[in-house]
Design a protein around this ligand. Structure first.
Ligand code: FAD
Ligand code: NAD
Length: 465
């Protein structure tokens, strides 16, 4: 080690960084992880995946009591919202999990350097006034909310907020306007809709959930509309002014045209996230960012500067916690001289609304651009478990190569789609054909049987439809 302080110094303790640090330490490397947040776990554990799921889970119960779902099952209840208690269980979940990472750091002897890091050279960084030299430095600084010009976020006022502010609203807004019909807009819009807000979603494109399969986007739009979310598609927000306790938004058709105004109690800006590289002094390390502000890496997560690596939201690819985690493991293994690989063609994505929306691999549109395909679709209304549970919405769709039958993509809308998609990802990782899935015995009665039936439908032979 000579004059190095660490074998590996990770910048950022999100799911990419903390997982990389733990794996590096497990592999016998002397490791530190720098993060200036008060608690470990990054965006995901502090203000992202975990607190949003805590609010989604709790509000789902409230909604089931309020919307007649429980009554359908013979349980007559009139729910009474205790929002402070709902927030308290969210805060508790975050506290437990971030504390868990601190415990894992101690257990694995990872040093937490408390502060934000900036490069002072190709193998050194400064954290809280102290300089550290490391043989390997992993950049895992994640991402932050993309600002919308003319719509200034002020989470303290709770009128124009980003996702962090929208998780913490002290009162249910009468009218919540969500800018952006992506994952955050639909998840957090769902939370407040379920708790009683009128929700309007303004989306620039002609359909919500860009990047997902077209059938999924269309059906999701129909389902959310039925739940009461109002959509203004092909519409852009050009500005917002706060007047007293309300915001007045100016909207225009995306293609140009007459402006209109829309009043809201709360506005959520959720138009995407951008990589965090400001303050890193990348120039001191000899690194540059690409046109999208991301750090480019090779397949093994090394950058163009030997000894500097990058993973997670700060590099190209979907901004997802499990993608960051897998990259963290692979990167640490590569540093240790092993062969760490992430198959970026098989990264599942899930929207945790009700029902859930999930997909892995290619959309039908993408697959058709590459060649001839066969598609099998099965509605959840034909699945015995979903039907029994009063969950008729949604479907499973399997896209397979027309010649080889290899599964290229799987998409589903179902109450437990996020759990169902795991078997599709595993099958694709093993190079499965639709026939392999169709002839795999699935437990009955489960929602997953819809995946088997969709696979059977690829060759036109489902049973229950
Ligand atoms: P991050 O988690 O962003 O962590 C980066 C860390 O680096 C931060 O703690 C930051 O403080 C630190 N940092 C930044 N600069 C420096 C510096 N100079 N020095 C030291 N530290 C620094 N993804 C999912 O897969 N599932 C979900 O359900 C999900 N829900 C989400 C909900 C919301 C509301 C949001 C906002 C995001 C959600 N995401 C979800 C996305 C997920 O949070 C990110 O993809 C994931 O956190 C990225 O991990 P990361 O390690 O790359 O970065
Ligand atoms: P997103 O990219 O998912 O959606 C942003 C939406 O805003 C898009 O539909 C886009 O067309 C629209 N948009 C962009 N500019 C606009 C404008 N000026 N006016 C109106 N609409 C506009 O981004 P997000 O929802 O902010 O989420 C950010 C990231 O966080 C995503 O990459 C996502 O992967 C991640 N995330 C994941 C989960 C999950 O896995 N369940 C949950 C939350 C967030």
């Amino acid at each position: 080690m000579a004059d190095y302080d660490y074998d590996v110094l990770v910048i950022g303790a999100g799911p990419g960084g903390y997982v990389a640090a733990i794996r590096a330490a497990q592999l016998g490397l002397k490791t530190a992880c720098a993060d200036g947040r008060a608690t470990l776990g990054g965006t995901c554990l502090n203000v992202g995946c975990i607190p949003s799921k805590a609010m989604l889970h709790a509000s789902e119960y409230y909604d089931a009591a309020a919307n007649g779902m429980m009554a359908k099952m013979g349980i007559d209840v009139t729910p009474k919202l205790n929002l402070p208690a709902m927030h308290a269980q969210r805060i508790d979940a975050v506290k437990g999990l971030t504390g868990g990472i601190e415990f894992l750091f101690k257990k694995n002897k990872v040093d937490w350097l408390k502060g934000y890091a900036a490069f002072t050279g190709k193998d050194s960084v400064e954290v809280a006034g102290k300089t550290y030299r490391a043989k390997n430095i992993i950049i895992a600084t994640g991402s932050s909310v993309t600002p919308l010009p003319g719509v200034d976020v002020d989470n303290d006022k709770q009128i124009i907020v980003d996702s962090t502010g929208a998780l913490e609203l002290a009162k249910v807004p009468d009218h919540l306007v969500v800018i952006g019909g992506g994952v955050i807009g639909l998840e957090l819009g769902s939370v407040w809709r379920r708790l009683g807000a009128k929700v309007t979603c303004v989306e620039f494109l002609d359909q919500i959930l860009p990047g997902m399969d077209a059938d999924v986007r269309k059906d999701a739009n129909r389902i959310f509309k039925k739940q009461g979310i109002e959509f203004k598609l092909k519409t852009k927000v050009t500005g917002a002014v706060v007047k007293g306790k309300k915001a007045v938004l100016t909207l225009e058709p995306a293609a140009g045209g007459d402006a209109e105004t829309l009043e809201a109690d709360v506005v959520l800006v959720s138009i995407g996230r951008r990589p965090n590289t400001e303050g890193l002094a990348l120039d001191k390390a000899g690194l540059v960012v690409n046109a999208r502000g991301q750090i480019e890496t090779n397949h093994d997560f090394s950058t163009e500067v030997p000894g500097i690596w990058a993973i997670g939201d700060v590099i190209p690819g979907p901004m997802l916690a499990h993608k960051a985690e897998d990259e963290g493991i692979a990167c640490a293994e590569n540093i240790a001289g092993q062969t760490g690989i992430v198959n970026h063609d098989v990264i599942p994505s899930v929207v945790y609304t009700w029902p859930e929306i999930a997909g892995v691999g290619l959309t039908e549109e993408q697959a058709k651009e590459k060649g001839e395909v066969k598609v099998g679709k099965f509605p959840m209304a034909g699945n015995s478990r979903a039907k029994t549970n009063h969950e008729p919405d949604g479907f499973v769709k399997i896209i397979a190569d027309a010649k080889t039958d290899r599964v290229l993509g799987v998409w589903c809308i179902a109450s437990v789609a996020g759990t169902m998609i795991a078997q599709a990802a595993q099958a694709m990782e093993f190079g499965a054909t639709s026939e392999d899935i169709a002839y795999t015995c699935h437990a009955h009665p489960t929602h997953s049987e819809a995946i088997k039936e969709a696979a059977m439908a690829v060759t036109g032979k489902p049973i229950h439809i």
